[in-house]
Design a protein around this ligand. Structure first.
Ligand code: TYD
Ligand code: MG
Length: 403
């Protein structure tokens, strides 16, 4: 597969589409950019217990079900434990191979002998390379073990997935050192108290990093969530103050998310600010804008912000809904629950237009929204039937329009 490197005119480099191996999972396929690439090395990071092993085993079984040979190297769980998990996940084809092993040379021997179509190593922290100093899980061990496996993947064109545990603070530095060595870095996120999980690419040499996969953890493993907006709004009850709906875009998909704010008198001296699923610096910026441009004295109040479903969804277009949710909570006035928002808020309090309004409008209308607040700067596409668009130019207009 590997040819000796040579100098050639760039214009003559052959860019025939690389054949991709389908993961049998449309969320993962999409996040990868259309399946696994031959020799592509993927690092799957996430907190312990979030579902990395479940996802990888599920994928291994799905790929094996097509007849392809898959080798699952388990350094954390015994073959019996993996088998028990597999029983919950579906069909176990004979080409799904399990190798409970942590010694890198033994893993490499097995790979050379079996020549699987897909390799999963769970996890990099358990790998042990005898020639290398340090205990398994130390930075040197992780780096050198991963390098040895990566060399195998590249020379044979075998797609390789490596699982790495990362704590919330990113304090398990180990897997971080791999980020520049691998082709794709996937992050598996979510709140363990919620069933929803998000898969996104932090780095992708073979596709975009904008795509998002959404799963639900069920008793039979992870299942793809086809209509995330329904799910994310489904948990919403009757209109209550502090709740607003943002029309986000994640990758190719529009997504309606409920944003909840709680504004209350600070119990302790310093007001608290916290944002679950929302960037805290952005929240502070929006609060400063509200204070300066709308005269809301938020500086002395606690402000809590929460994205429903425990998901982290970043899109500047969420700003307007965040502002609306904060206003709604501090005035204790509920917003109409058929009103949604899509606009970015600038430092001077201006509402800026956001891209792909047409797609956002279509999704809002599909979910029964009747009113959508957007930026009043520039033109906007004609909304679909049933949806009225309300353009606003500045944050201080929002209050007047929605209450
Ligand atoms: P796991 O994949 O072991 O997490 P990680 O490898 O990231 O540490 O799974 C985490 C949780 O998922 C575990 O507490 C049990 C739960 N789970 C389900 O709810 N349903 C299932 O079908 C499986 C296999 C696991
Ligand atoms: Mg695991």
């Amino acid at each position: 597969m590997l040819q000796a490197p040579r100098i050639q005119p760039l214009s003559e480099v052959d860019v025939a589409e690389m054949p991709r191996l389908s993961m049998g999972d449309k969320e993962l396929n999409r996040v990868l950019g259309g399946g696994a690439v031959p020799g592509g090395v993927v690092l799957l990071g996430g907190e312990p217990g979030i579902g990395k092993s479940t996802l990888m085993l599920q994928v291994a079984l799905q790929v094996a079900a097509t007849g392809a040979k898959v080798l699952y190297v388990s350094g954390e769980e015994s073959a019996e434990q993996v088998r028990m998990r597999a029983n919950r996940l579906g069909e176990i084809a004979p080409s799904a191979l399990i190798f409970p092993q942590t010694q890198v040379p033994a893993v490499l021997d097995a790979l050379r002998e079996e020549r699987p179509s897909l390799v999963v190593v769970d996890s990099v922290q358990t790998l042990d390379l005898p020639d290398q100093d340090g205990v398994p899980g130390s930075v040197g061990q992780i780096r050198e073990s991963a390098a040895a496996l990566t060399a195998f993947a590249k020379t044979t064109g075998t797609p390789l997935f490596m699982v790495g545990h990362i704590t919330k603070e990113g304090s398990l530095a180990g897997p971080k050192v791999l980020e520049h060595m691998v082709d794709v870095v996937l992050q598996f996120e979510g709140d363990r108290h919620h069933a929803y999980r998000m898969l996104r690419a932090a780095k992708n040499r073979f596709g975009t990093t904008a795509e998002l996969g959404i799963y639900e953890m069920t008793g039979e493993g992870l299942s793809a969530v086809d209509h995330p907006s329904e799910v994310l709004l489904g948990e919403r009850g009757s209109a209550e103050s502090g709740s607003a709906v943002a029309v986000s875009i994640q990758g190719a998909r529009p997504l309606l998310v409920e944003i909840q704010a709680l504004v209350s008198t600070a119990v302790y001296g310093t007001p608290q600010r916290s944002g679950t699923g929302f960037d805290l610096r952005r929240l502070n910026m929006l609060l400063a804008v509200l204070e300066k441009r709308c005269g809301f004295k938020l500086g002395v109040l606690d402000v809590f912000l929460n994205l429903a479903g425990g998901l982290k969804i970043q899109d500047p277009a969420n700003d307007l809904a965040v502002v609306a949710a904060i206003l709604s909570s501090s005035l204790d006035l509920p917003l109409d629950n058929r009103t949604c928002f899509a606009g970015e808020v600038g430092l001077s309090g201006e509402i800026r237009p956001v891209p792909r309004l047409e797609q956002r409008m279509a999704e809002a209308a599909r979910l029964g929204m009747e009113r959508m607040l957007i930026s009043g700067h520039g033109s906007h596409p004609t909304p679909p039937k049933g949806l009225t668009v309300v353009p606003v130019k500045r944050v201080n207009e929002v209050q007047r329009v929605v209450f």
